[in-house]
Design a protein around this ligand. Structure first.
Ligand SMILES: Cc1cc2nc3c(=O)[nH]c(=O)nc-3n(C[C@H](O)[C@H](O)[C@H](O)COP(=O)(O)OP(=O)(O)OC[C@H]3O[C@@H](n4cnc5c(N)ncnc54)[C@H](O)[C@@H]3O)c2cc1C
Length: 504
């Protein structure tokens, strides 16, 4: 690379869900030169990346960083895997394809805590901008955007049973679960077109890939940002074993995700001074909240059933429907989400306690508004500790215990009654202590880490890192609180929000 090759107006670190959006909008709407550095493979190709029924195969594959969460007593010191996509499209290239938004109150709360411009009505145009909704343009939906979104089709009996059971318990039917205030049950919405995953990089950037002001380097691992006199002037990265410095004349945008963005800040000396000193890193900017506030959705894998006869092959994303519901009637909005899984999906600890049938299925209660908070910390020798403190807050256990009861009610109602031979795990009459122990054994992360470079403490509402000029963050790490639904569509919206600021 020559010197002029390594000077760009913008450097975008990470071509994942949000980075794809930033790359596209900068390339499309400005004359700026843009460098995208992506650590993953540029030619990733495997059936599991595109076939929605095979997404689970991506976990632990060559397209997954294969991180894990540090064990915690609240989940019986079990080690939870943490999948993160390592390819163009990032985690959006390997995820479970659910495309739903947060509740409108999630965004309104972000704004109420000082993040001006992030309330639901303000971000709605950006949520719509990303979308190509199967029913076309409406007040809530966009059409003609990069990401085709549609309801699950040809519902599997296990997916249909969740809807029937939920309705029999009084849950409203949601023909569209992507409404402003989802509360009820319906077919899940997904980023799928013609039966194939819509990967964010493919959707946003591939059509513009030949713009000559857009340079994409894959297999490029960024090691740190370069600081000079309080300003970020570029990044250092390694590609093919060679160390390269790329200069950013205007800005660097970090879109490396909720684990690697705080890691990069800390490796650059931006973070909690005490932790950095202990890790042998010189502090450039003492920013105590870098890596704090890690939030994750837990779910239970699971209430597992033996089927009373052969079921069709799994379809859609192995789920196909979803319910958003309250653990108690006196709370303002749903704090639980339920899916049914067309396979018998349980943790090894549950598998060791019960005989799990080969042809079974599950009802999986999950928390959409967890109260537990964790952290990402730099340890001595540069190791990263990723601790979500899953279920540490007793309120989370209480809500999930209510979720288990609701799951039992669903199991006994119409829908599941017709397809279930019997409940296999757990036993249906458990003491409170047995329920809590079951929850601690069955809990798993949804792979939704967010919040580690939160707006208000690490970045301002314009996504600029406090204390450094020329450095912004656009990814899931900036969410102050996790949205009470799947976070992908919101992360893409964050990419749109950053792009609007960068291009105006
Ligand atoms: C298995 C799985 C299932 C999920 N299911 C769903 C779902 O169904 N619905 C949903 O809404 N959400 C789901 N999620 C979560 C969702 O996909 C993520 O929240 C979202 O994709 C995060 O986007 P991001 O832009 O923050 O990070 P990512 O999309 O992870 O992008 C980060 C990018 O940065 C790159 N990178 C990292 N470090 C470096 C470095 N040092 N140098 C260069 N590049 C770097 C990575 O390779 C990656 O491409 C799931 C996630 C996983 C892993």
């Amino acid at each position: 690379m020559t010197d002029s090759d390594s000077n760009f107006d913008f450097v975008v670190v990470g071509g994942g869900s949000a980075g794809s959006v930033v790359a596209r909008r900068l390339a499309e709407e400005t004359d700026a030169s843009v460098l995208v550095l992506e650590n993953g493979d540029g030619d990733a190709d495997a059936p599991s990346l595109y076939d929605p029924t095979r997404w689970v195969e991506n976990v632990g594959s060559a397209f997954d960083y294969g991180y894990s969460y540090t064990p915690h007593p609240a989940t019986h010191d079990r080690r939870h895997p943490l999948a993160r996509g390592k390819l163009l499209g990032g985690s959006g290239g390997i995820n479970a394809l659910v495309w739903t938004r947060g509740h409108q109150a999630d965004y309104d709360e972000w704004a109420a805590s000082g993040n001006v411009g992030w309330d639901f009505e303000s971000v709605l145009p950006l949520l719509k901008r990303s979308e190509d909704w199967e029913d076309g343009e409406s007040r809530l939906h966009g059409s003609g955007g990069p990401v085709h979104v549609e309801r699950a089709k040809d519902l599997h009996p296990v997916a249909a049973a969740l809807i029937e059971a939920g309705q029999s318990m009084g849950m409203p039917y949601l023909d569209d679960v992507t409404v402003a205030a989802p509360e009820g049950v319906g077919p899940v919405t997904m980023n799928i077109r013609d039966g194939r995953r819509v990967n964010p990089w493919d959707a946003y950037v591939t059509p513009l890939r030949n713009r000559n002001r857009l340079t994409v380097v894959t297999g490029a691992r960024v090691q740190k940002v370069v600081l000079s006199g309080g300003r970020c002037t570029g990044v250092e990265y390694v590609v093919d074993g060679e160390q390269v410095t790329a200069s950013a004349l205007t800005e660097v945008v970090l879109s490396a995700g909720a684990i690697d963005t705080p890691r990069l800040l800390m490796l650059s000396g931006i973070g909690p001074a005490g932790d950095l000193a202990a890790a042998g890193i010189e502090t450039n900017v003492d920013l105590p909240d870098v890596g704090q506030n890690l939030q994750e959705h837990p779910f239970l894998a699971s209430l597992c059933f033996d089927a009373n006869g052969p079921l069709p092959a799994p379809n859609n994303n192995l789920e196909g429907s979803v319910a958003f519901w309250k653990s108690r009637p006196d709370i303002s909005r749903p704090d639980l989400m339920f899916v049914s899984m067309q396979i018998p999906f349980v943790t090894p600890e549950i598998g060791a306690q019960y005989t799990i049938p080969e042809k079974g299925f599950c009802i999986a209660p999950g928390l959409s508004r967890p109260q537990s908070r964790g952290y990402v910390k730099m340890r001595e020798g540069g190791e990263l500790e990723i601790q979500p403190n899953l279920l540490q807050d007793e309120a989370d256990i209480a809500a999930l215990a209510d979720g288990v009861e609701i799951g039992f009610d669903m199991a006994n109602g119409p829908g599941f009654r017709e397809i279930a031979k019997r409940l296999v795990a757990p036993g249906s009459s458990m003491t409170r202590a047995e329920t809590v122990s079951f929850i601690r054994d069955a809990a798993m992360p949804y792979f939704h880490p967010v919040g580690t470079c939160a707006m208000g403490t690490v970045v301002d509402p314009g996504l600029r890192v406090y204390g450094v000029d020329g450095l912004r963050i656009a990814d899931a790490s900036v969410m102050p609180t996790i949205v009470s639904s799947y976070p992908h569509a919101t992360t893409v919206m964050i990419g749109e929000f950053a792009s609007r600021l960068l291009t105006s």
